[in-house]
Design a protein around this ligand. Sequence first.
Ligand SMILES: O=C(O)CCC(=O)C(=O)O
Length: 274
Amino acid sequence: MNLSPLRPIAADEIHAFKRDGVVCLRGMFDREWVERAQAALERILAHPTEEGKLINPPGSPGRFERDLFMWMYDADFRALATQSPIGEIGATLLQSRQVTFLLDMLLVKEPHTPALTPWHHDQPYNWVDGRQVCGMWLSLDHVTAESGAAEWIKGSHKWGRWFATRPFEGGTYSVDDDLEPLPDIDSNRSSYDIVRFDTEPGDVIVNHLLTVHAALGNVSSRRRRAIVYRLAGDDGRFAERGPGRPKPKRDPGLRPGDPFPANHDQFLRIWPRA
Ligand SMILES: O=C(O)CCC(=O)C(=O)O
């Protein structure tokens, strides 16, 4: 299993991440990691954690499955967090000396699950402030538009706008967070620079946490399995979001604005590697 990315990350990939707020890094994880991750994901799907749930909008067919914090339950998810190339990839793209792992999440769209993932960006949902913050979408299947690829609006991380959060399942949170609503992107797609990547197992899409994105439904007969990470770099600070928003699993004992400590039971300092 590769500790470092299977190939060096190129200067133009780092530049694309900065400029566009998203980049697809092909072939970062070797086959052993991919198979280990696939097997771990199947274990969690068979025995979901208390966070595991179906997030199909009401009445929609298929299975859109989500689980969270798998690394706290499963040794292979923990190994992915701490021993795989994700820390080094994060440090390279964020140009950061250190990387803190905030969470892992699985997002699976089983065959014939047309549920869309709505347009959103991640930072207003996530307990992190700062500019050196990213998500990673680790592809565990051959993913195309038909099987539910994600779509990203290039440059949206630089709009200087924070949009109101909405549950993936549809509807709104009962207490508003005073953020502006998202524009109607789908009715006006040609006004946006939207990019989509077909991926293979072991490819990683890295996004700034302010990059606006969505994902298509899986209308194919193939599975679409992804593990998603959230990472913070040097300037990442703990944040609290509105009532009902996603939270760390337990009270982390931090105040808004606190740096993430090097040793914390919920936030892992994954780079430099211990
Ligand atoms: O894969 C999906 O359905 C959505 C991915 C997403 O929203 C994310 O990676 O933040």
